[in-house]
Design a protein around this ligand. Structure first.
Ligand SMILES: Nc1ncnc2c1ncn2[C@@H]1O[C@H](COP(=O)(O)OP(=O)(O)O)[C@@H](O)[C@H]1O
Ligand SMILES: C[C@@](O)(CCOP(=O)(O)O)CC(=O)O
Ligand SMILES: [Mg+2]
Length: 394
């Protein structure tokens, strides 16, 4: 290893349109958030692997000699990183005592970490300490799992020497090939946490900005006008794994009913993209904003049809609509976060009153900024003292 300490970060995301449908090969539009996850990887000579996850109160370590036998016959890097190595995962589940149906926050984070660590360092297990801290709420629909997996992937690949670190002053970001590698490993982590992820979250976490995602094809939409988004966290916990699987069951039970719904959501994503294109070309008119708002309402109804709504999200829609604002859930639904579209001219007093009312419902609510950069390497000098303090505490 050339460097003793690695710092990386990755952004969260909001899905504007296409959650759930995107799992079934339909179009989604998603954009990165200004809230990030930060990771510090330190190479040591302790003969141990440590993971510190203060957001979820998890601090664990293992002797490398205890982990080594798990690698017998490991083939995790084969198959173009499309499928998980089921044997390695099974051995890991036995080793950690994490059952297959577990959706427990800590278990999922630990399993994703150990799987990626063992796979990336399969040839020679290294002593490392990894500390992760995030500004994102965990498990609320803002892609905290993807930001976590993108950071793990980037840091482990950097420490292993598969990715150049630190970047030279001439390089603004990792190469396209390196970014693709980070994304593919992050997708493996998402598979462990989510079961059957579409890949949209890790794509946004890796590349950042505004993306159209369709069956694994990622198209950056760099020309999109800046949108003002109010984010509301209902704080109702939910499991994307369970919700994604429930939607799949519903599609299997009522294929002729549900497939048109997925198709319609895909059409909503395309109509939204077209409207944003017109806005970029001709400026944001009131008519175009009317269309964006109607599309939000249509999609929210569709998500309710899929069974991923929640009374807290109904409350969000009702409170905001009373002030002429349109909202929908974002991410897996069943609680978690919702987005509300603000117009450029939406008055600050309207936003303030809406935020107050939503807070009175027990929700967290704030205007966010979107389009943040994707995965980044940092020198310790480039990180804020607060973040460094947290990452250095363990
Ligand atoms: N900061 C973090 N530290 C540790 N694990 C995290 C962190 N952020 C996310 N995770 C992992 O990701 C899971 C949450 O992901 P998920 O349920 O997909 O929600 P979302 O991605 O919408 O936030 C957690 O259960 C945990 O395993
Ligand atoms: C429901 C889904 O479309 C998005 C889930 O997002 P989140 O994990 O709730 O942030 C699943 C996926 O795309 O893999
Ligand atoms: Mg997630």
């Amino acid at each position: 290893m050339q460097t003793r300490e690695f710092f990386v970060s990755g952004p969260g995301k909001v899905i504007l349109h296409g959650e759930h449908s995107v799992v079934h090969g339909k179009v989604a539009l998603a954009v990165s958030l200004n809230l990030r996850t930060f990771l510090r990887l330190q190479s040591t000579s302790s003969g141990e692997v440590h993971i510190n996850l203060p957001n979820i109160d998890t601090f664990l370590s293992w002797e490398i000699t205890a982990l080594q036998p798990l690698l017998a016959g490991c083939k995790a890097e084969q198959g173009g990183l499309k499928e998980l190595d089921a044997d390695l995962l099974k051995r890991l589940r036995e080793f950690t005592g994490i059952s297959e149906d577990s959706t427990d926050t800590r278990s999922m984070a630990v399993l994703a970490f150990l799987y990626m660590y063992l796979s990336v360092f399969a040839e020679s297990l290294a002593s490392i300490t990894v500390s992760v801290w995030s500004e994102l709420p965990t498990g609320a629909g803002l892609g905290s799992s993807a930001a976590y997996n993108v950071c793990l992937s980037a840091a482990l690949l950097s420490a292993r020497g598969n990715i150049s670190y630190p970047l030279t002053p001439q390089q603004e970001s990792a190469s396209k090939e390196e970014m693709e590698l980070i994304n593919r490993w992050a997708f493996m982590g998402e598979k462990i946490i989510h079961g059957n992820p579409s890949g949209v979250d890790n794509a946004v976490g890796t590349w950042g900005g505004f993306l159209r995602y369709h069956a694994g094809n990622i198209t950056p939409l760099s020309w999109v006008p800046i949108l003002r988004i109010l984010l509301t966290n209902t704080k109702v916990p939910r499991s994307p794994k369970v919700l994604v699987s429930a939607v799949k069951d519903k599609i299997n039970k009522f294929p002729s009913v549900m497939k048109p719904v997925l198709e319609s959501v895909s059409a909503v994503s395309c109509a939204c993209e077209q409207t944003l294109t017109e806005m970029a070309a001709h400026g944001p008119s009131a008519e175009l904003y009317n269309i964006l708002e109607e599309l939000i309402d249509i999609n929210q109804h569709h998500l309710n049809v899929m069974g991923v709504g929640h009374s807290s999200l109904d409350t969000l829609c009702r409170v905001t609509l009373a002030r002429g604002l349109h909202s929908k859930l974002t991410g897996a639904g069943g609680g978690g976060c919702g987005i509300t579209l603000l117009r450029p001219e939406t008055d600050t007093s309207v936003i303030q009153r809406t935020v107050e009312e939503l807070k009175a419902c027990g929700f967290d609510c704030w205007e966010t900024s979107i389009g943040a950069p994707g995965v980044q390497q940092h020198s310790s000098a480039a990180l804020s003292q607060d973040i460094l303090k947290i990452l250095h505490s363990y």
